[in-house]
Write a protein that binds this ligand. Structure first.
Ligand code: ZN
Length: 671
């Protein structure tokens, strides 16, 4: 109707209420889909925006590679799903179709037919016949048919791939033979674990102080009894996608910020061209030493978690720039490392005379790709090669805009763990106001100072605490952070907003350590994971030692248990006391005391409370896993020239994947 308005009377512009950014946009199966924001985009120069844009395009070009690595028929399944979603002519409102859409979303989310985290195969909640009807009702030209293959033959091939419970059962198996039993596509032909080991053992050079990452960028193939590496490179395996990545990296290099970026990006291009792992190391050495550039990226075959042998790497990409405000904060913390050490509540004999904080930067991501998409980590620490880390250092980053998105999305969800486990509205408000900030600072203190603080007494063996060392070490770092979070100097340094903020972290720490983290432990089982043990140890110890003074109070109302902090100052004192004791245990290597404290506070769960927590948590119906929709960085054209790049925030998960399927699919789906 707007078009009908008389031209001479321009409607008066009403100030539109700015629509609030919605973080949580979709939920299905055990997954939730969020959006993340790119703050301060307009403070970047046009050149910086172009650089990010080109790197972002490169980050999207390896999507097919990851799918194919995860399982050899993932691309066939995904392209079939795309064909149905793009062209199916039948009823799209039916319950069956909706169930099919859930399956499609899960395949997009997992980059394949296996759960992204649990790694077992999942299945569509529709019948095989309905699935076949969907394919028959779609445009056959869009299906990944072989030459001369009929749609019926194709369906006969695809049905067991999707539905058979025994076929490609698990992506990465720990059952012998781990190669034979894994559906992951790093090995081809009738190849056994022992053969893989023999192949690579022959390659390794003894006493090599700077070994390449053997096997990192190839598929190991057995053909006619011979075993060889099919290398990922421009004229090798995944060549079409790699060429596209190289093309965008070359464009990026024309607008890079400085020579150092240009140099290592060229190394990366050389590596993608030749597949030479020596060049990959050279690239990493140059990359890790660049701490000055504002914009940074990760692009390559990097993480080896998916390979049962822990050698072959999945493809991933991230584009990011520095979160200056947050980086200033972590720099302030590490610059003051000595002050914190000198004021630590531990016995002065255990303090370090000279201490250096580890510098870590905070980043804002602009595009996620490959194994970081849609489900990314919130921190990254690279490169992976041990000798490069030792000789040249590593980059440790925290992704602040993703952490923020997680927090904000949890706020938007009407069912929240915070509301369920916090005792009062006051506590909820406190956590909402300061929770994200306080949590980030606690993490900074833990990483930049906590682990590095203190020293062993002469004669104490570093491994003296044996199987209890990780739990005690995490407790030490956490306690260092908890103790100093409440330090007035934190406000003076501008690291914490005010003298109340630390209380939010204290509340959530105790709530989590005493209760909510138990939701992740199976009923009847002990707490076994080191970080969880640490949080339980710290919380339970302080609860017990503050009992007489009622520092933390257990309240039960309407059958629900709560732990309420009555005296924050006293709790800080307890954190200090426990830190002093755990530092003593570490410095003296007091194995017996370490064992006693872990066994008493960190392991055993009160079965009644455990059951209650599980029930309360399950009733919330929270989705345990989260992933994201990428923002779109779009060129703004004027007279055929790019004059700017703007950021758009799409909210349709399926639409983004269908678009990626059209614009960033370079590999043929083979079967
Ligand atoms: Zn730690």
């Amino acid at each position: 109707m707007v078009g009908c308005a008389p031209k001479e009377e321009e409607p008066v512009e009403q100030p539109q209420p700015k629509e609030e950014f919605k973080y949580l946009v979709d939920e299905f199966a055990d997954l939730r889909i969020m959006r993340y924001q790119i703050p301060d985009w307009d403070q970047l120069t046009l050149q910086q925006k172009s650089y990010i844009y080109y790197l972002g395009e490169a980050a999207k070009c390896g999507r097919d590679i990851l799918a194919d690595q995860n399982c050899k028929y993932n691309l066939v399944v995904r392209k079939t799903i795309e064909a149905v979603l793009n062209s199916y002519q039948g009823d799209r409102e039916s319950a069956d179709f909706q169930n099919f859409v859930v399956y499609a979303k899960r395949v997009f989310f997992s980059n394949g037919i296996h759960h992204h985290y649990a790694e077992d195969k999942f299945f569509p909640e529709v019948s095989e016949t309905y699935f076949a009807d969907l394919i028959k009702g779609s445009d056959a030209n869009l299906l990944p048919l072989n030459e001369g293959e009929t749609v019926d033959d194709f369906i006969a091939f695809l049905t067991p791939v999707v539905f058979d419970k025994e076929l490609y059962k698990v992506r990465r198996s720990s059952e012998d033979d781990i190669i034979v039993n894994s559906a992951v596509n790093f090995y081809e032909g009738d190849i056994k674990k022992a053969e893989v080991e023999a192949f690579y053992n022959k390659m390794r050079k003894p006493n090599d102080a700077t070994p390449i990452s053997y096997g990192l960028n190839s598929k190991l193939v057995k053909e006619n009894g011979k075993i060889y590496e099919d290398v990922y490179k421009a004229d090798g395996l995944y060549g079409e996608a790699i060429q596209a990545i190289i093309g965008w990296l070359q464009k990026a290099n024309e607008v890079a910020e400085n020579d150092s970026q240009r140099k290592y990006t060229q190394k990366l291009i050389d590596y993608y061209t030749t597949g030479d792992l020596k060049t990959w190391d050279e690239y990493n050495i140059a990359w890790v030493q660049d701490s000055l550039s504002h914009i940074d990226f990760v692009n390559g075959f990097i993480e080896d978690y998916a390979d049962p042998m822990g050698m072959k790497a999945t493809w991933e990409a991230v584009v990011d720039y520095k979160d200056l405000e947050a980086t200033v904060r972590s720099n302030t913390i590490s610059e003051n490392a000595q002050w914190f050490e000198d004021h630590s509540p531990v016995d002065p004999r255990f303090r370090k005379e000279e201490c250096k904080g580890v510098s870590a930067k905070s980043i804002i991501v602009t595009t996620l790709g490959g194994d970081c998409f849609p489900s990314p980590p919130i921190g990254i620490n690279l490169p992976n090669a041990d000798w490069i880390r030792k000789d040249y250092g590593s980059k440790s980053v925290t992704i602040t805009n993703l952490m923020e998105a997680y927090d904000k999305a949890a706020d938007e969800c009407p069912r929240s763990a915070l509301k369920e486990f916090a005792y009062s509205q006051e506590e909820i408000d406190l956590c909402k106001k300061y929770g994200s900030d306080a949590d980030v600072v606690h993490t900074n203190l833990h990483e930049c100072l906590g682990h590095g603080s203190g020293k062993l007494l002469p004669g104490t063996q570093p491994g003296a605490l044996k199987e209890f060392s990780s739990t005690l070490e995490e407790a030490r770092a956490d306690l260092f952070g908890l103790y100093f979070l409440a330090e007035p100097r934190m406000v003076e340094l501008g690291v914490m907003p005010d003298a109340e903020a630390y209380k939010a972290e204290y509340c959530s720490y105790i709530r989590n350590g005493m209760m909510s983290q138990l939701a992740r432990v199976e009923l009847g089982k002990d707490v076994t994971e080191a970080h969880m043990q640490n949080r339980k140890l710290v919380s339970e110890w302080c609860y017990e030692h503050g009992k007489d003074a009622n520092v933390i109070e257990k309240k039960v109302e309407n059958g629900k248990t709560y732990f309420v902090i009555n005296d924050f100052e006293a709790l800080r004192g307890l954190f200090g006391e426990l830190l002093a004791e755990i530092q003593r245990i570490k410095s003296e290597g007091d194995y017996a005391a370490g064992k006693a404290i872990v066994e008493k506070y960190a392991v055993k769960v009160d079965p009644e409370l455990h059951k209650e927590v599980k029930e309360r948590y399950n009733a919330l119906g929270l989705k345990p896993y989260g992933g994201f929709i990428n923002p779109e960085i779009v060129p703004v054209m004027e007279n055929g020239k790019v004059v700017d790049y703007k950021v758009e925030y799409p909210s349709d998960f399926v639409a983004q994947h269908l678009r990626y399927g059209k614009e960033y699919s370079f590999l043929k789906a083979k079967h």
